[in-house]
Design a protein around this ligand. Structure first.
Ligand SMILES: [Zn+2]
Length: 382
């Protein structure tokens, strides 16, 4: 049975309430079931505009009235998001006895680098509060477990809100707290769910569109002569190194590098001769069968020595080569975005290729030579 969580806020805060609920529900798994309860008669906590902030005790007593008035069951956890100031600038509180939580809605926006929405740190604190309520049977145990000094663990007390970023950006459960959780109520799957949920929020904040990112910048890629390799050539990325490809993969990759406008995988047979000659350049031999397959063709020679080509419908030779090349490119360039410029990807509805923004230089001039000496493949298959 999922834990039932009632989320509520006063009328003026309902937009934020809905956004926080969306973040919480974006976490895969149905271990927690969230339900919105809206205060139907406008503000249900008396305005304290001209008096001091509410104490936690006063606040929770209003929450208790709400719980009774709105018929919230004892087993349900009530989470209240509030813009009401609480004494001593408390921004997150838990009433263990009544299973009630509050998280405040003020002044979150200046916490982290970048202009991320405040729904993330708030949802993060809701999740930690639920974890604490579910895993600690009483307040004393939870209080003892909290870190009085911030150390980058989700149970950091954080006396000041400005210190929460360490907790947010690590989403870490420190070894001591991990032991405590496991000893208190060893539902390992639920604990793993909480951990993955906190990590998801952390990830969405750091990797999401709101966080300032480092944009990779394309570099020049070159075909160069080398004497140290069997092939005698390499495809080299400026300042990084060469990609590890054998003759066939080198031929395929060069084919896409010199066609920045992209190529339809169905039309590659038109460049059969070019691919055949390029392969010979690297290996010294013609390999009709292999190149024909790359072009989705079946190659045979009849009794009179005439070459016969037939189109093949199911032939994955080219796709397999492309995946291998793309994989090797991530091995060399990493997975932070630079690789996307150089991988052979579907760029338009009809064509595959590298990103047209990149610069490719053939220092050997063999590609130009080959291109100028060859027409398109004439012996079109029937
Ligand atoms: Zn800890």
């Amino acid at each position: 049975m999922p834990y039932s969580i009632i989320l509520t806020a006063e009328k003026q805060d309902e937009v934020q309430l809905v956004e926080v609920k969306e973040v919480l529900e974006s976490i895969p798994g149905k271990y927690l079931e969230y339900q919105l309860k809206k205060g139907s008669k406008g503000p249900f906590i008396p305005s304290r505009e001209y008096t001091a902030a509410l104490s936690e005790l006063e606040f929770f007593s209003w929450m208790q009235e709400f719980r009774i008035g709105f018929d919230v069951g004892d087993e349900q956890i009530l989470v209240f998001l509030t813009s009401q100031p609480i004494e001593n600038r408390h921004f997150n509180g838990i009433d263990f006895l009544n299973r009630t939580v509050f998280v405040d809605l003020n002044n979150w926006e200046k916490l982290l680098v970048g202009n991320h929405p405040i729904k993330y740190p708030i949802a993060f604190h809701v999740l930690i509060s639920l974890l604490i309520i579910i895993y600690f049977k009483e307040e004393a145990g939870a209080k003892a477990a909290l870190h009085q000094e911030d150390m980058g663990c989700i149970l950091d007390l954080n006396r000041k809100k400005t210190k929460v970023d360490l907790k947010l950006l690590t989403a870490r459960i420190c070894p001591t707290c991990m032991d405590t959780f496991l000893n208190n109520l060893p539902d390992i799957n639920l604990l793993a769910y909480f951990r993955s949920g906190l990590e998801k929020i952390r990830y969405d904040m750091v990797e999401g569109e709101y966080f300032r990112k480092i944009k990779p910048k394309p570099i020049t890629v070159k075909l160069q002569k080398v004497f140290s390799k069997k092939l005698g050539y390499c495809i080299c990325f400026d300042g990084i190194g060469s990609v590890n490809l054998d003759a066939t993969h080198t031929v395929v990759y060069l084919y896409f590098l010199i066609n920045p406008q992209g190529e339809s995988l169905k039309e590659i047979y038109k460049d059969y001769l070019f691919l055949l000659q390029l392969y010979k350049k690297f290996t010294g031999t013609y390999n009709h069968g292999l190149i024909a397959k790359l072009c989705k063709l079946d190659y045979k020679v009849d009794a009179n020595g005439k070459e016969i080509f037939k189109k093949l419908k199911r032939e994955n030779s080219m796709s397999e080569r492309i995946s291998k090349i793309n994989k090797e490119i991530t091995v060399l360039l990493g997975t932070f975005g630079l690789e996307k410029f150089y991988q052979i990807l579907k760029r338009t509805e009809e064509s595959h290729g590298v990103d047209p923004q990149i610069t490719f230089e053939d220092e050997t001039k063999i590609l130009q030579e080959l291109k100028s000496n060859l027409g398109k493949f004439k012996n079109l298959p029937s």
